[in-house]
Design a protein around this ligand. Structure first.
Ligand SMILES: Cc1cc2nc3c(=O)[nH]c(=O)nc-3n(C[C@H](O)[C@H](O)[C@H](O)COP(=O)(O)OP(=O)(O)OC[C@H]3O[C@@H](n4cnc5c(N)ncnc54)[C@H](O)[C@@H]3O)c2cc1C
Ligand code: SF4
Length: 837
């Protein structure tokens, strides 16, 4: 016999319940009647803000077209459930209809809390919860000031929405810092700097006393500390309250802090009635995130279908968000409330990043953490909560440190906390053959379908299971890096936003943004810090210098071929002395100046540029150096002028942005003193010219370069190298060095030779023209910053106090030079460690 379950509320959680029931109710034993007060069927409220940034209501919908024709579902939209008759077992609707039920599920969500201050109900005061709210805000937006009340997650999203509408936003937060629930004081400080840097006025530590108005519209917000902010709009984002009125009126018990009281099975005091999602208070606790709601929906579906139900497993309150373009993540015991918890902190005010790990008193178990400014490590760190750390905590805070072997994770580790999917669930699905790419894993397990922060880990697990993953750059583009290169080249697109709007989806991520930035730079589509390009760059590119372990930078001017005049050497010495920099000669035959603070960089560059130096691109995925031996001029064995050739090559290919760094070498005879065969391209002199070797590198997996062509004359060498390098730049994957690229290339070295020597693809002329264009367009990136006040403005330690050096940076002295001040671990709070060059 078919029974009827009535679901009140067609929001995210109500919809998840419907999906679960329809997927698992094979015999069609339940008829589902859904009552939704909003005019739209369920949509992705978590992504609501994207509605202000180009997404449409259709983009946000969670509902597949089949739902509307499913005979087991009656969807009643645009009507409110106004009364529950528990004795007669029916629900009354706002249009007077009555719907009987055998089981009733309350999924009424929350409503935004509006503090009852005088003026809160003036005409241009809004809340931020539904598509209709956002339509109303859009309709009322002006070019004036907008005040957002509440500096939490939703408040910052609302502030961004006002920004996108052309308003000047202010955020008022009663707590002493932004996002007080998710981040600690240190993280709040960095977040505050980043948010202010985006032209949002932040007022923390004060509440709203009243809202002043005229003609029924708000025109100012008066704070409890006396500050008055002129306002053309006010948006309340000061928390939420569970919508429990309907249940309360029907005699259901509610929690002390609101919410319909339920047990671990989401059962109310009435055996036929359940409550799930934000309206429920499980054992008195309400959850304002979607993941616990999804878990509750599964608990109820299991009971209705009698499918081996399990109780509510509790909630992981971890969050990772991008607010106003700023990464923020918090997980586990982020505020170190547990006994004996230690905090290991790395804060880099110059780069605007903050990372804290909370560990057990023996520093061996991860308890939680906070990441601000760069949350890349979240995907790896969150599954480790309450597990033994695979490396010392300070090491895990480094970008490379967080990339450890996923095989080390126990199988019960929860990888997707939004949907409670473990590593075992994922590897089982992959091994069963149902999931052979990210989309397949999402389909089979739901992992990665909510906040998306675990997607990089899904990729790692697929690889661990032996599945070759797609070569799509990331989830925002279906294209590989080489395909995107061709798209940018062919279409003339010169911004990331246009590329993603036309050929991708979403807002982009830490994988695609720098990769596209490098493609745009490789095609000379503007300086790396020009306009929106600046926001795409990796940390080193963002500052045109290499960040070091204590947050300072190293500066490497170009010294082509390693040849330098005494006068230029003296300038380097003088600059190092004036700015108290540590100096070291690099393996690439140049001089590295370490320990510069971000605000010193332009002055150092000015001195160097005045003396005829330019950027050495030590920070970029670009040509670094062409190393040379002394060759025929000085060496009695030399058969060719290796120095002149190295200088010619370095000046030709300087500034060439590529999928990974590029190094070259030129030796004047077969004795190979320049170690040219350990480079991406190595040139070794012969009696009759030059042998060209390609695909070598040092590092973790050293490779010897292989002979591509023998006995080339000077012009032939340049021509072949032009073709080789451009072919690599166009066709390699992101972060693929020439050695790995050559290994992956179909046909290997023979194919490469056919393309760049025999022109088998007929593209040799095109490759040469592209390189000629690069050579012609080259300009020095440092000099371009010095000439542009807008770009120069980026080089400050603190956005809101541009003249203050970062006080956390300290040095000691050793062997007559500075060294970063040492760090000891573990202590309750540890400042520093590194982000590497
Ligand atoms: C801008 C924004 C950003 C967010 N970001 C995140 C995030 O990053 N991560 C995260 O985990 N969570 C986030 N959330 C919270 C998340 O959206 C909620 O946790 C989730 O939507 C809760 O689902 P729910 O079904 O319980 O409630 P809702 O999605 O609110 O759905 C409840 C529905 O019930 C309807 N309803 C209420 N009463 C009645 C009635 N009497 N009759 C008929 N219908 C009724 C409501 O109109 C509503 O449509 C965000 C929320 C917002 C607003
Ligand atoms: S490679 Fe040959 S030419 Fe160059 S320094 Fe060594 S021995 Fe001399």
């Amino acid at each position: 016999m078919t029974r009827t379950v009535v679901v009140i509320g067609h929001g995210m959680v109500g919809h998840r319940l419907i999906e679960e029931l329809r997927a698992k109710d094979e015999s069609g034993s339940w008829k589902i009647v859904v009552i939704g007060e909003e005019r739209l069927p369920a949509y992705d409220r978590v992504a609501l803000s994207s509605y202000m940034d180009g997404s449409t209501a259709e983009d946000l919908t969670l509902v597949s077209p089949e739902l509307f024709t499913d005979p087991h579902i009656d969807l009643l939209l645009g009507c409110e459930a106004t009364e529950i008759d528990r004795v007669g077992r029916h629900v009354t609707l706002s249009d007077g209809r009555s719907v009987p039920y055998d089981a009733l599920v309350l999924a009424t969500g929350s409503s935004p809390f509006v503090p009852p201050v005088p003026g809160h109900d003036l005409g241009n005061c809004f809340v931020y919860r539904t598509v209709d709210d956002l339509d109303a805000i859009r309709a009322a937006a002006t070019e004036g000031e907008g005040v957002v009340v509440g500096g939490g997650l939703l408040g910052l999203e609302a502030a961004n929405a006002l920004r996108l509408l052309g308003m000047s936003p202010h955020v008022v937060e009663m707590a002493p810092r932004l996002m007080p629930l998710q981040v600690d004081d240190g993280g709040g400080q960095v977040l505050d700097g980043l948010v202010r840097g985006l032209d949002v006025d932040v007022h923390c530590g004060a509440g709203v006393q009243r809202i002043g108005g005229c003609d029924g519209l708000a025109n100012e917000v008066v704070l409890t500390d006396g500050v008055r902010i002129s306002a053309d709009m006010v948006v309340f984002s000061a928390g939420i309250r569970p919508r429990d009125d309907l249940a309360r009126a029907a005699g259901f018990e509610t929690g002390e802090r609101g919410g319909i009281l339920v047990d671990d099975w989401c059962r109310t005091g009435d055996e036929r009635v359940f409550a799930i999602g934000e309206c429920a208070a499980v054992r008195g606790t309400s959850y304002g995130l979607v993941a616990p709601g999804y878990a509750m929906a599964e608990v109820v579906a299991g009971q209705l279908l009698d499918l081996d139900p399990t109780p509510f497993p509790g909630a992981d309150m971890s969050t990772k968000l991008k607010l106003l373009g700023v990464d923020v993540a918090s997980f586990g015991d982020a505020h170190a409330t547990a006994d004996g918890a230690l905090e290991v902190v790395y804060a880099n005010n110059a780069a605007g990043t903050y990372a804290k790990l909370v560990v057990s008193d023996d520093a061996r178990t991860l308890r939680g953490g906070v990441l601000v400014g760069d949350a890349t490590a979240y995907a790896t760190l969150r599954p480790l909560v309450d597990r033994e750390l695979p490396a010392p905590p300070e090491q895990l805070l480094l970008p490379a440190g967080a990339e450890f072997d996923s095989a080390a994770l126990p199988s019960d580790t929860v990888i997707c906390s939004c949907n409670n999917v473990s590593k075992q669930n994922i590897t089982d699905a992959v091994r069963a053959g149902g999931a052979d790419d990210i989309a397949g894993v999402k389909n089979c397990t739901r992992a990665g379908t909510s906040c998306g922060s675990c997607v990089p880990m899904l990729k790692t697990l697929l690889t661990e299971c032996g599945v070759e993953t797609s070569n799509a750059l990331c989830e925002h583009f279906d294209h590989s890096r080489p395909e995107l290169f061709e798209i940018v080249r062919g279409t003339g697109i010169d911004t990331f936003s246009e590329l993603i709007a036309r050929y991708g989806r979403g807002a982009g991520c830490d994988l695609c943004k720098p990769a596209v930035a490098s493609i745009l730079a490789g095609l000379n589509r503007g300086h790396v810090l020009e306009g929106e390009h600046a926001g795409l760059q990796d940390t080193n590119d963002r500052f045109l210098a290499n960040m070091q372990r204590n947050g300072t930078y190293s500066v490497v001017p170009r010294v082509p071929g390693g040849e330098i005049t005494p006068d230029k050497l003296i300038v380097l010495g003088e600059v190092a002395r004036e700015f108290a920099l540590y100096t070291k000669i690099t393996g690439g035959q140049r001089i590295d100046l370490f320990g510069a603070r971000v605000e010193q960089l332009p002055r150092i560059w000015q001195r160097l540029v005045d003396a005829g130096f330019e950027s050495g691109h030590a920070y970029g995925k670009a040509l670094r150096t062409v190393k040379s031996c002394v060759g025929t001029d000085w060496c009695r064995y030399g058969v060719q002028d290796s120095v002149s050739m190295a200088i010619r090559l370095e000046l030709r290919y300087r500034g060439l942005r590529s999928p990974h760094k590029l190094k070259g070498g030129v030796s004047g005879c077969a004795r190979e003193c320049a170690e040219a065969r350990s480079k991406d391209f190595g040139v070794i002199a012969t009696e009759s010219g030059w042998n060209l070797y390609v695909g070598g590198n040092g590092g973790f997996s050293p490779r010897h370069a292989q002979l591509l062509v023998a006995d080339l004359d000077d012009d032939g060498l340049i021509r072949t190298l032009d073709r080789f390098l451009m072919f690599y730049v166009r066709t390699a994957d992101r972060l693929q060095r020439t050695a790995a690229w050559l290994e992956d290339l179909d046909g290997g070295l023979d194919h490469l030779r056919a393309v760049v020597v025999d022109d088998a693809l007929g593209i040799a002329g095109e490759l040469e023209t592209s390189m000629a264009r690069h050579v012609e367009a080259y300009t020095d990136e440092w000099a371009a910053v010095l000439d542009d006040p807008d770009k120069l403005a980026r080089f400050v330690s603190f956005v809101n106090a541009p003249d203050s050096p970062d006080p956390t940076i300290g040095f000691t002295e050793e062997r007559g030079q500075i060294r970063p001040a040492p760090v000891s671990l573990p202590t309750p709070t540890v400042r520093s460690t590194e982000v590497s060059a």
